[in-house]
Design a protein around this ligand. Structure first.
Ligand SMILES: [Zn+2]
Length: 309
């Protein structure tokens, strides 16, 4: 099974990165071509068996590391911007499920199990202090091949000065990396507040600031019952949508109950499920096709890019 292979690769990456094999890690980050080139120079022409085994191990770790880096990358044009949804063609039926405020000991594991059973991947925006309390759960999210984003350390809504905002985001990025080996480029502001200092810092740091285009309502003060949550998502589903749900921040057993029905309903509508980086990559590739066909569109893209800096 390819998903098992992927999962095994991801475990390897987590081990490689988390055990502090920094020299190897750095080499791996250089990318395939560069690394092979370096290796080619350093290796004698006739290799011993041990050397080739070592080389095979490095190649495998390299492939895994590249896989996780690719998994967590987003196209450059989205870095430093605020995104609510991907703008896709009407027949591109992909949708991204996102889960905020975890990792939490019970509900996150339940959600992972449902995702695995359905063979789909989602994106988890984690709170730094939750990663600190539940590192094994965070590790499991990464090992399952889910994508991880940054959701600050304290989940504060209030206005923050620049050093506080920086600390909220950097501290969280650090613990996610130390715990899971994931270097995330995705940020979601708590409560969706874009004007309290956090999003500004995240944009400056070239994070993709990820909002959402539809929500189950599972974290609202008067959150709907399970059928209401399912209906909320299914009625407004559209290609490129980003769905907000929660695996932490309280008892999310209703989210856990609603999720299989949400997945089934979306599948019945013809949707397949992608992570945020995959979603943005699909948009970028669609745009490239349009650009190739029409230079006029290409010209329109440059002013947008400039606005983002
Ligand atoms: Zn949140």
């Amino acid at each position: 099974m390819s998903s098992q292979k992927l999962s095994a690769s991801l475990k390897l990456i987590v081990i490689t990165l988390a055990t502090g094999a920094s020299t190897l890690g750095m080499s791996l980050l250089l990318g395939t071509t560069k690394f092979d080139h370096l290796w080619g120079i350093q290796q004698p022409k006739s290799e011993s068996t041990k050397a080739s085994q070592h080389k095979a191990m490095i190649a495998s770790a390299q492939a895994a590391s590249l896989a996780i880096n690719q998994m967590n990358q987003v196209p450059k044009k989205f870095q430093g911007t605020v995104i609510y949804e991907a703008k896709l063609k009407a027949n591109e039926k992909v949708i991204a499920l996102t889960f905020d405020d975890g990792p939490s000991p019970k509900n996150t594991a339940q959600i992972l199990e449902i995702l695995q059973k359905n063979n789909i991947k989602a994106t988890f925006f984690m709170i730094g202090q939750m990663v600190k309390y539940f590192p094994q759960v965070a590790k499991q999210v990464a090992a399952d091949g889910e994508v991880i984003g940054n959701h600050t350390w304290h989940h504060w809504y209030r206005h923050m000065d620049a050093p506080t905002a920086a600390n909220e985001i950097n501290r969280t990025a650090d613990i996610i990396y130390q715990t899971t080996g994931v270097k995330t480029i995705l940020f979601r502001p708590p409560g969706g507040f874009l004007n309290n200092g956090l999003a500004e810092y995240a944009k400056n740091q070239k994070y993709a600031v990820m909002m959402w285009s539809e929500e189950s309502g599972d974290a609202q003060r008067r959150s709907p019952q399970v059928p209401g949550m399912v209906k909320n998502v299914l009625k407004s589903a559209k290609p490129g949508a980003i769905v907000l749900m929660h695996d932490g921040g309280g008892n999310r057993s209703r989210t856990v109950q609603a999720l299989p029905q949400i997945i089934d309903g979306l599948k019945a509508q013809g949707y397949r499920f992608v992570t945020i980086p995959e979603l943005l990559e699909i948009e970028a590739q669609e745009k490239n096709l349009v650009t190739a066909a029409s230079p006029v569109v290409a010209n329109h893209e440059y002013p947008n890019n400039q606005l983002n800096h």
